[in-house]
Design a protein around this ligand. Sequence first.
Ligand code: PGA
Length: 247
Amino acid sequence: MTRRYLIGNWKLYVSARRSGSAAREIARRVKRTRSTIAILCPVAPALADVRDALRGSALLLGAQNVSVAQEGAATGSIAARDLKELGCRYVIVGHSERRAQGETDRLVARKLRAVHAAGLVPVLCVGEPVGVRRAGKQVAFVGAQLRRALTGFRGSVLVAYEPVWAISKEGHGAAPCPPALARQMRIVIDRLLRSLRIRPLGVLYGGSVTPGTIAAYVHTGGYDGALVGFASTKPGAYARMVKALEG
Ligand code: PGA
């Protein structure tokens, strides 16, 4: 059975106070999965609550971000070590919303290694902004992101292709990437990863994915699952996406 991934990236959509009950509701609807690894990434202050809510369920815990500093004098940092202690298994690195805050490829590469060193699986996000796509330079752009993050890396990793122009703001305002177009990048990513001698656990698609579109990204797009923002905050939608991946 092919392994699929559904990673819910809750961003700041679900507050710390509401995260535990939202996770509990999703866990109630997703009792068991057959082939899907279902993950929730809540805001950092809610990680312990969500971990407790998911106990005994099929869902796993992930984090949205991590710092490079792993110990010592680093006020305000979030260490991969501590994410691990809190029960996380996966950590998103290099999300475009972090890169927009000034994260460079170099920093992303260091975060990826920090996550791996702590025994966690990094979820490396790559994807081109709209200007790059309009100029037809997306392959070179995504290729450079992958190379800079992964050259010399040996370890478990998930890759998520998220064209920046397809990422929603609260479920709106983005042009979804047609699955057939996403497939072209999937093939490019495969080729690149092979040249870097990286065998990822999976390559996911992200950007305005909904219960109605997720299956097409897998079947037409060739992806191993999805990294989902807004739709993943709705328990019913999350459960339907798991079902669609397993169908
Ligand atoms: P979206 O977000 O599903 O709301 O477009 C995806 C992401 O940013 O990971």
